[in-house]
Ligand binder design. Structure first.
Ligand code: 86X
Length: 486
């Protein structure tokens, strides 16, 4: 059989810059991240994608455990009457709920919702568990799937009808403790995106229109993608006592007085994987930050009949040396594929570092290293190569973040009038503007530009005295980010 050569590879044919949605569709299939399922809006996470989710779970679960949060698991089905118990909660969401109406051949007496989120089922139970101040704080998290029957266009990772997430649900004796936590969790999300995914995010408070209706206020982290659109990465809600009152979650304080608890809920989902892909990947395919890469280093031996045995022997030694240092290394010794074909395949799949090892390299006691993100190639002495690889992987993790961060900074334009806002939003920028925070103003601006408010930075730039709203010229209340978004 003839060797498969570079020109036979199934690389991407669409560019990120020109046809981003076609590029994304090709990428997620060719990198073997996603397979389509028979149900529209529901996608199969292939092992390459699920591995990334496992890394996010492991990373975030460790943070939560160290902070004293415990994991739990509540049922998938929520009785209709329970879901309806807090009106603000379901209001607006009702069209998205998926229902089970029969069991086998028997129609159910009461319909069961497939959980869109678990506030109701969990808080019903919290009311049983919480009696005294000694039962507080109660801080539980669950890793679960949820279903929201989207009618908008679905996209793998970014918007799907079923997705995976964690949802944290906590109850405190005092408002102060709840407020401290809701901010701390937001910091954890920022850390997850920065440290693991190498994605810079903006922390802030959502507008009244964009917050969770069941919350007093919603905090979020938002990213700005190279596609020119912003995207919400995670939310941390302060629920106040609204749910406590609806579900009657009360405790006796130190003075034996009955009090309602103060609550928060917070979550991030498999959408975060989509954000990471869109942030870093390029026309050759997936670019993975080393910390989430299942294969961190691929060794491609350059095989000729005469030197094959020697090269393979050295390649195995190299693999062992790197594995001993803790890296996951794949040796691609397939003979029916040419080196060029293999280079392309591992590039499409986003392996951070490639080591090429041929007979001439052996003579010079070196290997050629190619970085996936920059394409830079360098010769490295085999002696001590594991230390160099370590440094390069760390550098790559850091560089992906810096590159994304400088893009983010370049994309933010501080403005204070409508004309500039419209211009910059249309030029795919993100604007930071003094805003009145009224619903009418947000709706009007959205109709004009299709841009939404993202959040108000927690560290607010100073507002000038009598500063007016950039859009409607009413009094400005705070600086807010706006952009077109997913
Ligand atoms: C809002 C709120 C909150 C815990 C989070 O954002 C993080 C994790 N939950 C989720 N939300 C809903 O409450 C909701 C409710 C129904 Cl009934 C629905 F069909 C869809 C929903 N979507 C979002």
């Amino acid at each position: 059989m003839a060797k498969k050569d570079a020109k036979d590879t199934k690389g991407l044919t669409a560019s990120k810059e020109d046809e981003v949605s076609e590029w994304f569709t090709q990428l997620i299939q060719k990198a073997e991240l996603i397979e389509y399922s028979p149900v529209s809006g529901c996608y199969i996470l292939r092992p390459n994608a699920y591995y990334i989710w496992e890394q996010a779970q492991r990373y975030f679960d460790n943070i939560l455990r160290k902070d004293g949060v415990q994991n739990t698991y509540f049922p998938l089905f929520i009785p209709e009457s329970l879901l309806q118990k807090e009106e603000k909660h379901v209001a607006g969401f009702a069209p998205e709920v998926a229902w089970v109406e029969t069991g086998g051949h028997t129609k159910l007496k009461e319909r069961l919702a497939i959980r869109p989120t678990s506030e109701t089922i969990m808080y019903e139970t919290y009311a049983k568990w919480i009696r005294s101040h000694k039962d507080l704080p109660l801080r539980l998290n669950q890793w679960a799937n949820v279903v929201r029957w989207e009618f908008k266009h679905c996209t793998p990772f970014l918007r799907s009808r079923e997705f995976l997430w964690q949802e944290g649900h906590t109850a405190f004796a005092t408002k102060e403790e709840a407020l401290e936590e809701v901010h701390k969790i937001l910091d954890f999300y920022e850390q997850l995106f920065r440290e693991l995914y190498a994605v810079p995010v903006l922390k802030g408070r959502k507008s009244e229109t964009e917050k969770f209706a069941g919350a007093e206020f919603t905090l979020s982290v938002e990213a700005f993608l190279p596609t020119g659109k912003a995207i919400q990465g995670a939310t941390s809600h302060h629920l106040g006592q609204q749910f406590a009152k609806a579900f009657n979650i009360k405790f006796k304080d130190q003075q034996q007085q009955e009090q309602y608890v103060w609550q928060n809920s917070w979550g991030f989902s498999t959408r975060s994987i989509g954000m990471m892909i869109l942030m870093h990947s390029d026309d050759k395919g997936l670019v993975l930050p080393p910390k989430v890469a299942r294969i961190q280093v691929v060794i491609v031996p350059i095989l000729f009949d005469k030197t094959k045995a020697q090269v393979l022997k050295e390649a195995v030694l190299l693999q062992k040396k790197l594995e001993k240092k803790g890296f996951s290394v794949h040796l691609d010794a397939r003979e029916e594929y040419s080196p060029g074909w293999k280079f392309n395949e591992w590039e499409v799949k986003g392996v951070p570092v490639r080591l090429e090892l041929g007979p001439r390299d052996l003579e010079q006691k070196q290997a050629a290293l190619v970085r996936r993100d920059t394409g830079e190639k360098q010769a490295l002495p085999l002696a001590g190569i594991e230390k160099e690889v370590d440094l390069i992987l760390q550098q790559m993790q850091a560089d992906l973040y810096s590159k994304a961060e400088s893009m983010l900074k370049k994309s933010i334009v501080k403005i204070n009038n409508l004309a500039e806002a419209v211009k910059h939003v249309q030029e795919k920028k993100m604007i930071l503007a003094p805003w009145c925070e009224t619903e009418v103003c947000e709706t009007e601006f959205k109709e004009k530009t299709s841009a939404k408010s993202l959040n108000a930075p927690l560290q607010q730039p100073p507002l000038q005295k009598n500063q007016t709203c950039f859009a409607c010229k009413k009094k400005a209340v705070s600086w807010f980010y706006f952009a077109k978004s997913y």
